[in-house]
Design a binder for this molecule. Structure first.
Ligand code: NAD
Ligand code: GLY
Length: 373
């Protein structure tokens, strides 16, 4: 097992661990017991994930004396909404969960985000543990404390910054992931390759992360345990470095949204159905590269090598032809990333480096969107 320590200078508990390794669910109870004071745990999951890992987790938590109850939500991004949040609050009230008790998110980013928001708001804050079971959740959503639900008018528009007390990333849970879900997690992994140098991590891999991803594609896509562990750990280190410097997205943290300005607009125009977050982000990253090339922020050579990497990982997703570039542009205008009415884009400016831009014209955006069909 490896541990990444997340340090948040302003948070109530300054440090929390991310445990990364194989078969960690079996020891989940003993891994978390030093980080919470709970007697009762409310595990929030869905039928798919609970059917795979619920019993193993329950046994491990009960072995350590935790009184463990489950709430199963519907499975899907469209359920990352206020109804699911209400179900979490209701269950917590029925169970008489106290403030010192804890909620545990067992699942992907949807479960993590809505459970985290439930934990942040129930009794004005109860402890929270993340047990991410998708690659996307292990490398991104379970780390850094962003919790949220969607609104019909936009993605993640209501939420909070609420750090977990511990995160358990059990790599072996990934082996049951459908290929489609694995690939969307890989979209967020590639994102780290494109932003690596901007994350400000002092100790890096021997090679650049882009080279690591190029060289280990077969081992990564077959989830070879050692390489997968190394990759998840490095992504968590990069994210922890950014969150350490800017927990509440006053500046630097925006770089984690590379590909998300277009991505969120696509998700919204699809009504959060038929496309998932990572697929939308993969299209969004491609759009960001086209925008940057159009503005001559990056060389043709770097542009081609990044598009090649996206293609190598089969990220050739296209936008539905029934959604026009104009519609997408309108969707971008209701987004958290808007500042003073201007849409902000995170664009590549150099190898593995990105910058934040608010001066992109509507025509430049439309031109790049037209390449995504
Ligand atoms: P998801 O939570 O919908 O999970 C994808 C699917 O995989 C679901 O059907 C789920 O039931 C299933 N699943 C989960 N684990 C499984 C396993 N081990 N084996 C088999 N099936 C499994 O989607 P996701 O991609 O994990 O997360 C996407 C969400 O994360 C979006 O809502 C996005 O906005 C959010 N997100 C949040 C942050 C953050 O910082 N909070 C960052 C990135 C993304
Ligand atoms: N996924 C974006 C962030 O955590 O800030």
């Amino acid at each position: 097992m490896q541990t990444v320590k997340v340090e948040i200078p302003q948070a109530e508990s300054r440090y929390y661990p991310i445990f990364i390794g194989n078969n960690l669910l079996e020891t989940a109870g003993s891994l978390i017991k030093d980080y919470i004071k709970a007697n009762k745990l409310l595990v929030v999951s869905n039928k798919t994930v609970s059917g795979l890992f619920g019993e193993k987790l329950k046994n491990s938590l009960e072995k350590e004396g935790f009184n463990t109850e489950f709430l199963l939500l519907e499975d899907g991004e469209q359920y990352k909404n206020v109804d699911s949040l209400q179900k979490i609050w209701t269950k917590a009230i029925e169970l008489k969960l106290e403030r010192k008790d804890a909620m545990v998110a067992l699942g992907g980013g949807v479960i993590g985000d809505v459970t985290g928001f439930g934990a942040a708001t129930y009794l004005r804050g109860t402890d929270f543990i993340q047990i991410p079971t998708t690659l996307l959740a292990q490398v991104d959503s379970s780390v850094g404390g962003k919790v949220a639900i969607n609104h019909p008018l936009g993605k993640n528009l209501t939420g909070n910054f609420y750090q977990p007390k511990a995160v358990i990333a059990d790599i072996s849970t990934l082996s049951s992931l459908p290929v489609r879900e694995l690939r969307v997690g890989l979209a967020e992994v590639l994102k780290y390759g494109f932003i690596e140098k901007s994350c400000g991590l002092q100790k890096r891999l021997d090679t650049s992360f882009i080279e690591f991803l190029k060289g280990n594609k077969d081992l990564i896509t077959s989830l070879e345990p050692s390489i997968t562990g190394q990759m998840v750990k490095y992504c968590c280190e990069l994210k922890a470095s950014v969150v350490n410097q800017d927990e509440k997205e006053a500046g630097l943290r925006a770089i984690l949204n590379f590909g998300h300005t277009i991505g969120h607009a696509i998700e919204k125009c699809y009504g959060y159905k038929g496309i998932n977050h990572g697929e939308a982000v993969a299209i969004g990253m491609r759009g960001a590269f086209f925008l940057a090339k159009g503005k001559q922020l990056i060389s043709e050579k770097y542009f081609n090598s990044c598009i090649e990497l996206l293609d190598k990982y089969e990220m050739g997703y296209k936008t539905d032809k029934n959604i026009s570039p104009d519609e997408l542009y309108k969707a971008m205008q209701v987004d958290k990333k808007i500042r003073a009415g201007k849409i902000r884009f995170i664009l590549p400016v150099n190898i593995s480096e990105v910058g934040v831009f608010s001066d992109i014209t509507e025509q430049e955006v439309i031109n790049s969107l037209e390449t995504l069909y």
